[in-house]
Design a binder for this molecule. Sequence first.
Ligand code: NDP
Ligand code: OAA
Length: 267
Amino acid sequence: MTVAVGGLGAIGLAVAKALDEGRLEGLRLTAVSARDVAKAQRVMSGFASPVPVVPLGELAEHADVVVECVPAAAFADVAGPAVERGRIFMPISVGAMLRHMDLVDRARRTGARIIVPTGALIGLDAVRAAAEGTIREVRLVTRKPPLGLAGAPYLVENGIAVEGLTEAKRVFEGTAREGAAGFPANVNVAAALSLAGIGPDATRLEIWADPAVTRNMHTITVDADSARFTMTIENVPSEENPKTGKITALSVIAALRRLTAPLVAGT
Ligand SMILES: NC(=O)C1=CN([C@@H]2O[C@H](COP(=O)(O)OP(=O)(O)OC[C@H]3O[C@@H](n4cnc5c(N)ncnc54)[C@H](OP(=O)(O)O)[C@@H]3O)[C@@H](O)[C@H]2O)C=CC1
Ligand SMILES: O=C([O-])CC(=O)C(=O)O
């Protein structure tokens, strides 16, 4: 299968490198997109097989699988053409996906498939299994260093300051949909959890700005007729973008690997 990657930042570059290095059996990188084309070409000069840098809307013309790794604002430029051409579309700006759920109906029509990786979160296999039965409650508590949240539209609109905090402060409580809208660069994990489980309006989210933590921490709690579980992940920030946990790119790589692997484990 051929793969195109939109965005060569913290996540996209790691994914493109894994493909270029031949670490994903049966998958080959054929195109990338970047805002700064000259920078992308410089970065790829170290690749075994550099590929064309094309506009986001053209990625789908170059590959069977289109991976979106751009800021939320550019999500639709990648997503629309990929789904329209019937590709496998892998979004990572999952908060933006919630505002474009019409893509699911379009995918049904074109034969495209939208595969949302677990990303920076944990346990979506168990959430999906539980959702085949009856789930009573899904809750996510996200705890981040205050600077990782600074500038989020919800904080700005509500005059909530996170600078100079000496103790943890709960800055948001609401639904995953409201959280994804108010914190577009921060809680993609809440959006992914909601899509795996009971949807963005029923999934509850709390966001804490906590000066005592150096990692992005996410705890999910699920109460279902089949099981009750609580899981926490503590994400090491990536060097390129401290808002993004290192495990996010690895999750995308693992999700790509299962597209062609002869054996896959996990739901
Ligand atoms: N699902 C999850 O669990 C997680 C999701 N995310 C989300 O994933 C997305 C990517 O994150 P991350 O890799 O850390 O972000 P970065 O900011 O590190 O990288 C984004 C890249 O997109 C490029 N870009 C921006 N605009 C365009 C455009 N119009 N055309 C082509 N390329 C463009 C930028 O180029 P340039 O460098 O030239 O500006 C940059 O290289 C974000 O939306 C983030 O919120 C993050 C963490 C976890
Ligand atoms: O924890 C992370 O790496 C990033 C995060 O919360 C998100 O974007 O949802």
